[in-house]
Design a protein around this ligand. Structure first.
Ligand code: PLP
Length: 353
């Protein structure tokens, strides 16, 4: 009998949010996808790539996409690596920095996939909880772990860490890197990109899955010092972005007007939805992402999830006891959120009766 590595045999594996086959019959607010379509220019760019050229391998360096990202963010292209979704680059960061038995850390709650990736690698995991002001607890003066993943804005809660906190945290790392996962940063007011330049141990990751409405395309990127990018380039699948993904990435990055219009609508709906939920007695954490974490008056997040599910509205409920009292609801179109709000109002009414 062949033997699996012990950590693989013992690990549970990550369970992504529910993706129904008959997606059109749901209002889908459970995996923070974008309810608005991708830019028409992106769809045109992808369509232009569907041709005889597909018999050739794509550009292994994703050169055009890197150059476009470099221009947009104000870096030299040698500071940028494209990825098959930001999940790929998170995985490769662990492979690059954390060996078997070495430690990585992240905030609890945040993106639990960091833990899964560490388990695959055989690295160990340390988490730091939050107090009621969302301040991480128990951070040591000097942290010897190899990577600290900081999801900013935090998912699933939506709050942000201050620049001051991030600088302090980067300073506590003895030899590790601070990876700021900016999956949702386009919906927020600030970014840690300047820290990649000013501090030598900060990496930022971004995705096209949320603000650019391209979750189905699988595109992400990381921005880091060229020596880190060079190491990540050794590890990654050499053709990690296919031809369509590269064309989509270039067109998406070029169409910043479209990005801004989607972000503006999402933020406006987020503020409206937050206020309306509060009127219903929910506690809603002010969010800088395209989602809100909302706690019903009876603190039974599972019941809200179930009641919405029965009306074909999908939101995310986590069984983790630290966050089981609430639900994370993606901000969709204004119309979707009006329907969702009406469904939530009906639940609150029936619970009070
Ligand atoms: C915090 C966080 N990081 C990373 C990802 C992965 O994104 P991608 O689609 O780019 O792999 C997600 C997806 O939901 C996320 O919430």
């Amino acid at each position: 009998m062949t033997q699996l590595r012990k950590n693989i045999a013992e690990m549970a594996g990550y369970v992504p949010g529910f993706q129904p086959q008959d997606v059109a019959s749901y209002i889908k607010l459970n995996t923070n996808e974008n309810s608005y379509p991708p830019s028409p220019k992106v769809l045109e760019a992808i369509a232009r790539e569907v041709n005889d050229g597909l018999r050739r391998y794509p550009d292994a360096g994703s050169t055009s996409a890197r150059e476009e990202a470099a221009k947009l963010y104000g870096f030299d292209p040698s500071w940028i690596i494209m990825a098959n979704g930001s999940d790929e680059v998170l995985n490769n960061l662990i492979r690059a920095f954390a060996g078997e038995g070495e430690e990585i850390a992240f905030i609890h709650p945040s993106y639990s996939y960091y833990g899964t990736l560490a388990e695959i690698q055989g690295a160990t995991v340390r988490t730091f909880g939050l107090n009621e002001r969302f301040e991480p607890q128990g951070l040591p003066e000097r942290y010897d772990g190899k990577i600290f993943f900081l999801t900013n804005p935090n998912a699933p809660l939506g709050f942000t860490f201050s620049k001051k906190f991030m600088i302090d945290l980067a300073g506590r790392l003895s030899s590790g890197v601070l990876v700021v996962d900016e999956t949702y940063a386009d919906f927020a007011d600030d970014t840690a990109l300047d820290l990649v330049k000013s501090l030598d141990n900060v990496v930022v990751t971004r995705t096209f899955s949320k603000s650019y409405s391209l979750a189905g395309m699988r595109v992400g990127l990381a921005i880091a010092r060229p020596e880190v990018i060079a190491a990540l380039n050794k590890i990654r699948d050499h053709y990690n972005l296919d031809r369509l993904a590269q064309a989509a990435a270039v067109a998406a990055l070029k169409d910043q007007d479209y990005l801004r219009s989607v972000v503006k609508k999402t933020r406006a709906t987020r503020e409206w939805f937050t206020k309306e939920l509060e009127k219903l007695g929910f506690t809603v954490i002010p969010s800088s992402g395209n989602y809100v974490f909302a706690t019903p008056p009876d603190r039974d997040g599972g019941r809200v999830y179930q009641a919405l599910y029965e009306k074909k509205i999908l939101v995310r409920h986590f069984t983790d006891p630290v966050i089981a009292h609430g639900v994370r609801i993606t901000i969709g179109t204004q119309e979707e959120m009006e329907t969702t709000l009406a469904a939530i109002a009906a639940i609150s009414y029936s619970s009070a009766a």
